[in-house]
Write a protein of this length. Structure first.
Length: 253
């Protein structure tokens, strides 16, 4: 039987989704927790594999078991690390949906007008199929890209049937070249591919699948994910306050 769920995780401490010998991964933590719960008969299969450092708000994961009985999600959430949680289960059948990502830039663009031109030009530029590393899913040749602003910082949103290995981060890397004035947004197909580097994974988040499905919240999992995200925000604000205060004291010395 297939039991479809949505998973939250902060990828900062993990070497990606897929289990790897000697490395801490999201899949590895899930499977280890199933063993602790004595539910090792369940296999874990994702719809997407994320790279090291990439986070997810709605990673769709299927637990494949021998019977109709679903995994013990409450027990699983208690055993899993605080930065991983099962937040929803699906009632009904899941069909393949477009993959959706958001990339959060560290700072404002230097040349925002040129970046916007590049965003509009990318889907038809012919370069998308080359912006990935070998391995994993085949790179998409078409995708939708939107440029937004959140709390004063630019955010790029991506949607496609699938993305190749590091493809989203390499698209972001190309936009960063445009912002630096290295790449011409009106001639993206002429950019030297060797100049394009994958952007830092910490800015990338896998977003939930499109609406239209009957997702049932796992109350303790939703609470666990929200509490974790709130704690991270508080920690960031405290860190900012600490260094701003130190900078003020240092400037008076």
């Amino acid at each position: 039987m297939h039991h479809v769920t949505k998973i939250f995780f902060d990828g900062a401490r993990y070497a990606g989704w897929a289990k790897q010998p000697g490395k801490r991964t999201v899949q590895g933590e899930l499977e280890h927790s199933l063993v602790v719960l004595k539910q090792e008969s369940f296999r874990v299969r994702p719809t997407s594999r994320t790279d090291a450092g990439v986070s997810a708000v709605g990673q769709v994961v299927t637990f494949i078991g021998p019977s109709e009985e679903s995994p013990n999600y409450v027990g699983l959430n208690r055993i899993l690390p605080r930065d991983i949680a099962v937040t929803h289960v699906l009632k009904g059948q899941f069909m393949k949906t477009p993959k959706r990502y958001a990339y959060f830039f560290e700072k404002k663009f230097t040349r925002p007008a040129l970046v916007r031109i590049a965003v509009h030009a990318l889907p038809t530029s012919g370069i998308l199929g080359y912006l990935s590393r070998r391995g994993g899913a085949s790179p998409t040749k078409t995708c939708s890209i939107w440029l937004k602003t959140f709390e004063g910082k630019p955010v790029a949103l991506f949607s496609a049937s699938s993305f190749g290995y590091e493809q989203v981060r390499r698209i972001v890397g190309l936009l960063q070249l445009v912002d630096r004035g290295v790449a011409n947004p009106l001639n993206l197909g002429g950019v030297n591919l060797h100049l394009i580097r994958a952007a830092a994974p910490e800015g990338l988040v896998l977003l939930p699948a499109e609406n239209g499905y009957n997702w049932i919240p796992v109350a303790d999992g939703v609470r666990k994910a929200n509490d974790y995200m709130s704690s991270r925000i508080s920690a960031s604000e405290r860190e900012l306050a600490k260094w701003r205060y130190c900078l003020r004291i240092a400037s008076r010395s």
